[in-house]
Design a protein around this ligand. Sequence first.
Ligand SMILES: [Zn+2]
Ligand SMILES: [Zn+2]
Length: 390
Amino acid sequence: MVKIKAITLIILVFTFIGIIHGAILNSVNVFVSWIFIGIWLIFSFKVLKNIKQHREYNSPHNTAFFTISPVFIGIFYSIWGNFTVLLGEDLLEGSDLFLSWWSIIFGTPYILYSAISLYRCFKKYNVIYFGTKSIDARKFGYMLSISILLFIIIYWISFYSLIEFYDLNLFILLISTILIILIPGLFGTRSRLPQLTRNYITERTNRLNQLTSPRSNTTPQRYRKSVRTTTNSSPTPSTRSVTNRSRSVSHSSRSTPTSQRRSTTSRSKTTTRTTSRSPTGTKVSSKQSTRKITNFNLYKPKAGRLSTEDFKCIFCFKLPKIPEDRGRGIILCPNCRYPAHADEFKDWLRSSNLCSRCNATIPASYKKNPKILTVKNYIVVVKHFVNNRK
Ligand SMILES: [Zn+2]
Ligand SMILES: [Zn+2]
């Protein structure tokens, strides 16, 4: 509600200024320029808001919004700088290059932002997300850079006779795009994620079984057995029955230890307190939990007795750490609640619907919109359970 009001207000204010100023100077160009300033402000607020939101969830900026839109905005506002009469005077008069206050204020920040995003496509990101679909970041980087180069060259060829100079912003974007294609693109190396072949998965699950091997209890041994069944069953419909069986085994083993039952009751007190404080529902409280965890039980791996091994990522077997894992985020399997680095989990979900540890089906809604914990908060969870063990 508030957001819509702010947008309407900005549009109204700038339309008003545009009409007045345009009428005084008798210029449509001035009017349109003021409207563009309004749109630019709205877009910039949106960018800042998204950045803040992503920082809160510790997720990387590998979405279409952060990679494509700065390019459009940067190029559009730089080009409009050539045609506007508002702040449009050439500061580099006499040279073949063009730069106006308009381009500096509205174009340059997004031109630089585009270059950084493009660089990250080659150097940092593995995939770029378009909603729930993802594209290989490198391929996307090449597509985007080629489109940028083609656009700038075609623009210059077709408009040079009209404007008779090269826009400095576009020139910067052109040079940086070429450099990015050449340096990290063609000659740079990047650590790739391992191929998720069946062998790799089996090997990994075996290693996981070793790591979580039981100490004495009979319960974990049963649990281990269930994980081993999981290893043999592949994620195909024909073995669905095997999967179900193994899941029910782990169910029965879960309820056995009395220590766990005791801890659950003590913790349920905290649950009621949380719900009473936020009557709007669990969605709000889960959002708040990224800042302060109120119900640790939501993050407790389903295992009889917890050790640090239970808090290691189910893919790379590493305990989430700061600062090494800054910006990665943690996703828990909704069934077994074992943790995984968010990027690794999302990549795994591209090829499978099943949790790699417990083989439970990950619901489509969770796949689309998994709850991502910050690594920092997950470390708090780990400390809570490892210190409270006994
Ligand atoms: Zn990991
Ligand atoms: Zn699981």
